[in-house]
Design a protein around this ligand. Structure first.
Ligand code: TRP
Length: 328
């Protein structure tokens, strides 16, 4: 572990985490905690940028997301787990960075434009939503990380973060290293219906889900559309389930499944059985850790309280430096 090298990342507490979160980002969190000093936070202010009208689930979602993190293998002894909204330095740096961020950069951000168009059940015309990337740049730059584990959808935000860092450095002298995005290789994890895995489509497998429920979902799932009868040959590249074998099954099993599918010597039921066996082996230790943690549910708040202190200790140094550079 290199204590002088840091990473920082956060997730909005919007609901239970699914396999897409795990293989897209969380797995990377777990690996990074052994390599560098890691700061992982609940981006609750970011959740408010779009869910401001009904914040009633925020605390419960914070608790369940941190439980999911620890179940997945994050260890509060190794990394710092905290709440964004407990560290006012995020907010202060966001204000400072907003001074040097052109509004045009925010308006042309592809994520911003896309969500404005696609999300029709909420009014996203608020200033906080426009300034989302400035707050995110602050979350990151406060910890001066070399890299930030994120999903691919966050790349435009990472680019803006680097642009803002560069602009700050050009005005006030070298202060913020430009962080790189750390993507998880081969993280394709579609929803069970082939669309993006998402709670709102109800097509996900959740980390905390009872194995019996998953089992039912998988048995009912559509696999390869051209395999109508057991004797029809198929193509794993067109199957909704096969990407999961890439994530959870051994090379040997994959070869056997792929060959069996193409030649129709293996049916979808048997293929699903292999998947369910591997999924159970994957989920069992997560469920055990979650259960142990939740013997005392309040310890999640204690972990956050302790993490807040450690995060603040670093963030307050950066903010002192930024204030001074900006003439305050
Ligand atoms: N925008 C991220 C998401 O929607 C959440 C986030 C907020 C974040 N601040 C961050 C991610 C800083 C990485 C670093 O998932």
């Amino acid at each position: 572990m290199d204590p002088n090298k840091r990473t920082a990342s956060g997730m909005r507490p919007t609901g239970p985490l699914h396999l897409g979160h795990y293989f897209g980002v969380l797995k990377n969190y777990v690996a990074l905690q052994d390599e560098v000093q890691a700061y992982f936070f609940v981006a609750d202010w970011h959740a408010l940028t779009s869910d401001y009208a009904d914040p009633s689930h925020l605390l419960a979602n914070t608790h369940s997301m941190v439980s999911d993190w620890i179940a997945a293998g994050l260890d509060p002894e190794k990394c710092v787990i905290f709440r964004q909204s407990a560290i006012k330095e995020h907010c202060e740096l966001s204000l400072l960075l907003s001074m040097i961020t052109p509004v045009s950069w925010l308006e042309r951000n592809p994520t911003y434009k896309e969500q404005q168009q696609q999300i029709t059940n909420k009014d996203l015309g608020n200033a906080g939503f426009l300034c989302y990337p400035v707050l995110m740049a602050s979350d990151i730059l406060l910890y001066k990380p070399y890299g930030v584990p994120v999903g691919e959808d966050q790349l435009p935000h990472m680019e803006l973060t680097r642009e803002i860092a560069r602009r700050f450095n050009s005005f006030y002298g070298e202060t913020f290293p430009e962080p790189q995005a750390l993507l998880t290789p081969s993280a394709k994890c579609p929803g069970l219906d082939g669309r993006k895995m998402s709670k709102s489509y109800n097509n996900g497998i959740f980390l905390a889900e009872e194995f019996g429920d998953v089992d039912k979902k998988i048995r009912g799932m559509v696999t390869e559309p051209s395999r109508i009868r057991r004797s029809d040959p198929g193509d794993p590249a067109k199957c909704n389930l096969y990407p999961y074998h890439e994530l959870l099954s051994s090379a040997e099993e994959r070869a056997q499944i792929s060959q069996g599918c193409k030649s129709a010597s293996m049916g979808c039921v048997d293929c699903k059985k292999i998947f369910l066996k591997n999924l159970e082996a994957f989920l069992t230790p997560l469920h055990e850790r979650r259960q142990k943690l939740l013997q005392n549910p309040d310890c999640v708040w204690d972990i956050l309280e302790d993490g807040n202190k450690r995060a603040r200790a670093f963030a307050s140094q950066t903010i002192a430096e930024a204030r001074e550079k900006m003439g305050l």
